[in-house]
Design a protein around this ligand. Structure first.
Ligand SMILES: CC(C)(COP(=O)(O)OP(=O)(O)OC[C@H]1O[C@@H](n2cnc3c(N)ncnc32)[C@H](O)[C@@H]1OP(=O)(O)O)[C@@H](O)C(=O)NCCC(=O)NCCS
Length: 146
């Protein structure tokens, strides 16, 4: 498995992986194209068995990290690719001096929460009924906010 920065040629595959992974509102190709142009966005892809297997987007939000999205194709689940992508984002965050990294996800997404907890992310709070289906958003970060 290899992780590298995402380029415009990867966009179509990344959107297909987001969809296959069950992301309910995946970013459009145009949205990814805009993200790739921003100085404050870092997108990586993971390659395995000669094809793209997953991606992660990290934002620099006024000097703190935010994992905007991460998805691994179901063909590659439970092979350590999600973990490698999150580690890449945390390494970059350390390099950039971010004091913490945050994210938000569906309260029902226990696999993702288990992944993040294994890196020391803790729940900071929830947004009740945040998603269109009425589900709560769970807010997590690498350091608890006071
Ligand atoms: C969450 C996701 C990115 C994990 O990717 P992955 O490559 O399968 O994860 P890894 O193999 O690196 O797993 C790392 C750890 O995460 C946890 N984990 C991953 N999948 C899990 C599952 N289905 N159930 C419970 N824990 C799980 C485990 O702690 C695992 O460690 P282990 O395999 O040693 O037990 C993947 O399931 C996915 O793409 N899901 C759909 C999209 C999504 O939910 N994105 C996150 C939005 S916030």
């Amino acid at each position: 498995m290899n992780i590298r920065r995402m380029g415009p040629a990867d966009i179509i595959s990344v959107v297909a992986i987001d969809t296959a992974a069950g992301i309910l509102l995946p970013w459009s190709p145009n949205a990814y194209a805009r993200e790739l142009l921003k100085q404050t966005t870092f997108c990586w892809v993971a390659e395995a068995e000669g094809r793209l297997a997953g991606s992660l987007t990290l934002w620099d939000v006024v000097g703190e990290g935010e994992i905007a999205n991460v998805a691994v194709h179901p063909d590659f689940w439970r092979q350590g690719i999600g973990r490698a992508l999150v580690q890449t984002a945390l390494d970059k965050s350390a390099e950039l001096g971010f004091p913490r990294v945050m994210l938000e996800g569906r309260a029902s997404n226990l696999p993702a929460q288990a992944l993040y907890r294994s890196f020391g992310f803790e729940e900071d709070g929830r947004r009740r009924g945040y998603y269109a289906n009425g589900e709560d958003a769970i807010l997590m970060s690498t350091r608890k906010t006071e």
